[in-house]
Design a protein. Sequence first.
Length: 646
Amino acid sequence: MLDRPAPSTIPDSPGSYQFKDLDGRVIYVGKAKNLRNRVGSYFARPETLHHRTRSMIEAATSVEWIEVRNEVEALFLEFNLIKRFQPRFNIDLKDDKSYPFLAVTIGEQWPRAMVMRGAKKPGVRYFGPYAHAWAIRETLDLLLKTFPIRTCTAAKYKRHERLGRACLYADLGQCVAPCVDAVTKEDYDSLVAELSSFLAGNTENVVERLTAEMRAASEAMEYEKAGRLRDQLGSIERVLERQVMVGERDEDLDVIALVDDALEASVQVFHVRRGRVIGRRGLIVDKVEDLGPEALIARVLQLLYAGAAADDVPPEILVPVLPADQASIEELLSSVRGKRSVVRVAKRGPKKVLAETVERNAVDAFARHRLKRSSDHNARARSLNELQQALGLPEAPLRIECFDISNLQGTEIVASMTVLEDGLPKRSEYRRFAMKHSLGQDDFASMDEVLTRRFTAYLRDRDEGAQAGKRFGYPPQLVVVDGGKGQLSVAVDVLRRLGLSHIPVVGLAKRFEEVYVPGQSEPIEINRNSEALYLLQQVRDEAHRFAITFHRSRRDKRMTTSVLDEVPGLGPVRRKRLLKEFGSVKRLREQSAETLTGLGWLPESAGEALYRALHGAALPNDLHLEEGDIAEEQPNDTPDLPLLEP
């Protein structure tokens, strides 16, 4: 039960407040100009509160707050706390797909152009996002004819640097081959800067330069050079044809459209630079907060730009309605950009037309999402309700955790924990365990260990307040163990020992898909075609797959350990040189003791140890074999062929 703090204890200054549940998890983060007034508003009569707000208050057991100096600091603090704690009652922006970016790794000595997805990394400059990966790859292929910087991986770059021979891209004129010192650092950096400027929308300078150089070459009768420049200019023009012109050439802005219903909202963002649409992004907002249109667009702006790079914030942002606290939002955007940034509603002219286009995209995207949501959400809800009834659970198991053990004849024993939240896999919560104390092929002891480790960590994190970064701070509503009555008994004993007997647990046996529950010797009957059994099978199969994958990776790593790794006196540099000179471990084994001990760059003692490790026998001069000098070897005689990257 949430106790109302005395009003006199709440400051009347700006700040952020956090509601927490019984386990100490932050379930909602808000900000306020006046903390006393805002926090006090949550303690009105329950019937006057919005149903989502009422649900949050019912789940909360405490409220805390942090004072700041002004509203902009409160916005930044709220954003950082939401990002850190990911509260369940705050809205969340989710990409409706993983959009690709064209990225330039400016943090490297020789920057590389590549297609990247996912979270942005430091030292990388991103352009886009683009709607399709094939479009960005075609664009990159065209641009490399004019800006021939490297696209190869670090491993491939180092290999050609070591060989002293450039790759096929250099022969095709799509790379200036810094791996073989075919270009100076200054010229290469100039290429990277020009490519980045072009991708940022500064296209006129490149077109004008290429046109001038082509004409000059033609007038000087350097027709081959003029032809190359003509081809480069044609590639640039084909790239520009793909970028729709929507405004003046000096305009940089983002256009945001939002379409919503009672549960979610579709957000579309078009990025316009130098008057051209250079990228777009689609997102879905889960409306767990009670927010009107003005407050919702303010929260979207905050989540989109508060953690962005300065280059990602344009001087102008067009929105469907002006945000609540517009002055504070604009001050936040300006502080991120380092220059003034304003938020406006397009009223007339080309910008109004563009805003309507973006809105149509949002409507279409939301229609597709709702069609998918109506089927997926209803099916998941039915599965969870059916599982609750079949197992007699006190509530629908919104979080299910499953544990599985994998080993091969008692070696490399590992375990996996997979998680379903709201009927969907939550892969960020998956965990893998390498057994520390279990000896031999004892699955019961292994299950005891992994469950003890997981729920001991939960108790620790819960007692510390379930702060962000605590991996096991959330208790499940259902624990599933892969196995029958034996594995289930182990799980029940662990939970009882840790004082967590209130957490439901079941065992799912593979052979006949039998479901065992505590206190019953016989499995319970669940229809083999039911959604409830399918849900249990899904989380069990996912746990099995995850455990097997981990087990194989550890086994393969152990089996592919080279005999050279165990030889005293052979560090990474010497091992690398040996393999470079002799080609493989197999050929090293064919060498005589005199050859290995007579290498000028290898100490004689290391050569002797190498011979013993390779042959498991004494040297011809009767040196004795020392225990531990022999290691298993998995020879790899496959030639190292160059790979062509797309």
